[in-house]
Design a binder for this molecule. Structure first.
Ligand code: TXA
Ligand code: MG
Length: 343
């Protein structure tokens, strides 16, 4: 593979871009595609050779399974077998949150290649709300397997140019529909039924659909703590979303012990001068997640973009300020902890 092309697409003239990208998918190629969360690296989910290219381009270990994206709720039966005990819950969740950033882990349909699920008996499924992604699933007429379009362990891309930086020369095409509207990857849950009670939702990854939103339908419980040596826990690797520059999540300002001569940049929440973090040091650079206003939704959208900016600023270390761990803040703090994890 040599050249990677960017194909710009505006909402009102989507058709041609969609057919061009789908032609590549049909030919067993892989394509960078926008979703509402982050850019995905898509392949025809039913074509194992195409799926293998996704793992190769990302340098992703084969034990880390992919998410399968479907065109409509009705297509769920083609990729998963929903057990009767949770059928009602699945119906309610998908009616409420699909299309959108909620991924469900369900028993896999035998047609889904083992490579997609890394040999697991379960498959992760969602319906993306992005108009381009939806149109591609529909036109292809088959589900699209797509992880985030970054090299393994690195920062997820929220723009076509970020995908280019991650995968240039490794994929033929990136469909560019501008910045992603959510900014962090989908919430992932599995469902455990309970006799006479609401089910338990195991939260495999915090994301845009918050615990508070899910609680109307079930009891949300964490899957497991972050552990360095738990590759059997797919995708929950302690170190992930990591910039090349070391990043430290500074839980409290008093923990900061700068080393003389080292260049530090601050990943601030609001960038407010009055804040305990901004005034802590003579930072080389300060980048804010939600400049001025301190809104978690804006912070989520900007998180990976700002991490990239700081990573490219020639610093010795990035210091990240925590955000409040409620609502979307849970997903943001999850990404910051993994980005800062050093074994
Ligand atoms: O928002 C998103 O989910 C984006 C867009 C492209 O849809 N995709 C994404 O994919 O974040 P990826 O591959 O970067 O993350 C998928 C996560 C991984 O942590 C993987 O381990 C987990 O989903 N996963 C996939 N199948 C699973 C399964 N059967 N059981 C448990 N975890 C699973
Ligand atoms: Mg990823």
């Amino acid at each position: 593979m040599s050249e990677t092309r960017i194909l710009q697409v505006a909402d009102d003239e989507m058709k041609e871009a969609v057919s061009e990208a789908c032609a590549l998918l049909r030919a067993g190629e892989i394509v960078g595609i926008p979703t509402e969360t982050v850019y995905g690296l898509g392949a025809d989910a039913f074509n194992p050779e195409a799926v293998a290219k996704v793992f190769a381009a990302k340098e992703r270990p084969s034990f880390d399974p992919l998410i399968v994206h479907i065109a409509s709720r009705g297509d769920l039966k083609n990729v998963a077998i929903v057990p009767a005990e949770i059928a009602d819950t699945v119906n309610k969740l998908t009616a409420e949150f699909w299309p959108g950033p909620l991924t469900l882990i369900l028993p896999k349909h035998p047609d889904v290649p083992d490579l997609v699920t890394s040999g697991l008996a379960t498959v992760a499924v969602r319906q993306s709300a992005h108009p381009v992604f939806r149109a591609m699933c529909k036109e292809l007429g088959r589900p699209i397997a797509a992880p985030s379009a970054n090299r393994f362990g690195r920062i997820s891309p929220t723009s076509a140019s970020a995908v280019m930086k991650e995968l240039e020369g490794r994929i033929p095409l990136i469909v560019d529909a501008g910045a992603c509207s959510e900014g962090v990857e989908s919430t992932i849950i599995s469902i455990e039924p309970r006799e006479g009670k609401k089910p338990i939702f195991r939260l495999h990854r915090a994301g845009p659909i918050t615990k508070e939103q899910l609680q109307a339908f079930g009891k949300v419980e964490k899957v497991r703590e972050i552990k360095a040596d738990a590759p059997q826990a797919p995708g929950q690797l302690a170190s992930h979303y990591a910039p090349l520059t070391p990043l430290t999540l500074l839980e409290k300002p008093s923990d900061f012990q700068p080393v003389e001569g080292k260049k530090y940049g601050l990943l601030s929440y609001t960038g407010d001068d009055e804040g305990a973090y901004v005034g802590l040091h003579d930072w080389e650079i300060i980048e804010s997640l939600s400049p001025g206003s301190g809104k978690l939704a804006e912070a989520a959208i900007r998180l990976f973009y700002v991490m990239r900016l700081l990573d490219e600023a020639g610093l010795d270390e990035i210091i990240a300020e925590p955000v409040s761990e409620t609502g979307l803040g849970v997903a943001i703090m999850d990404r910051l902890r993994r980005a800062s994890f050093r074994s």
